[in-house]
Design a protein around this ligand. Structure first.
Ligand SMILES: C[S@@+](CC[C@H](N)C(=O)[O-])C[C@H]1O[C@@H](n2cnc3c(N)ncnc32)[C@H](O)[C@@H]1O
Length: 234
């Protein structure tokens, strides 16, 4: 019994340490709701005031421990990458790794993705990755799916007109739901595969593994991938 209690005490202590360290990172932002709704100082100013360049901004939504954000950033020093999630203790991993590597093209924002239009200005974002999102299989919760029409509309508030959205998932129902949404919304599907190992249509998707991906792979799940244009074709 005391073993279990000690385990939870250790986990809580570690989480608190991670929260405290997140607050010290220069590239970790956790604006509160009121600040976001009034005026977040980097909204519309990420290039000018944070990255200090004009390079494209790529988001990873639901980044968890941020392996994908940090992995892409080390491959593409000529682009900027921002990982977004609500779970700060998880995000600490990516923030710490990128901080220790002195990477200047990475940031993390701890917030609800529902509030994304308060974090970025119009047409500030060039590309979006969604990696192993929670599938929310029950129909009443379908609005919470990160590829639902409601979320796609939020992304359209901040994205450039030619933005591409990438999805990686283990979940076949979620993947099929996204494919139908793409058809219903008259969006252009650029590529898709039900098995990224057999058909590595995107080299980044096929070679950077996330924490959840490793777990799904251990269970023998095949990894699905697709990419599509966020705005409908004229
Ligand atoms: C299954 S995990 C995947 C994490 C990571 N992408 C990976 O592959 O290891 C889903 C992540 O999405 C985050 N998430 C889900 N819905 C969210 C929302 N509405 N706002 C912010 N984060 C969200 C969760 O906190 C969680 O870390």
């Amino acid at each position: 019994m005391s073993f279990i209690r000690n385990y939870f005490v250790d986990v809580t202590k570690r989480k608190l340490q991670h929260f405290a360290e997140n607050a010290t990172f220069p590239h970790f932002f956790q604006p509160d709701y009121k600040t976001l709704k009034t005026a977040f100082f980097l909204k519309g100013r990420w290039n000018k005031d944070f990255f200090k360049n004009n390079a494209p901004i790529v988001l990873e939504l639901g980044c968890g421990k941020g392996e994908f954000t940090t992995g892409l950033a080390s491959r593409y020093p000529d682009k900027n990458f921002i990982g977004i999630d609500i779970k700060g203790a998880r995000m600490w991993r990516g923030a710490k790794t990128s901080f220790e590597a002195s990477m200047t093209n990475v940031a993390y924002v701890r917030t609800q993705i529902e509030l994304i239009e308060f974090v970025f200005g119009k047409q500030e974002v060039s590309e979006i990755w969604i990696t192993f999102p929670d599938p929310f299989p029950q129909k009443p919760k379908s609005k919470k799916r990160l590829t639902s029409p409601q979320f796609l509309n939020r992304y359209r508030q901040i994205a450039k007109k030619n933005t591409i959205v990438h999805l990686k998932t283990d979940n076949t129902s979620f993947f099929d739901y996204t494919l139908s949404t793409i058809v219903e919304q008259n969006l252009k599907l650029l590529s898709h595969t039900y098995n990224l190992d057999n058909n590595p249509v995107d080299s980044n998707a096929a070679s950077i593994y996330t924490f959840y991906e490793e777990k799904f792979r251990e269970k023998g799940e095949s990894i699905k991938y697709l990419k599509f244009r966020l705005f409908p074709e004229k």
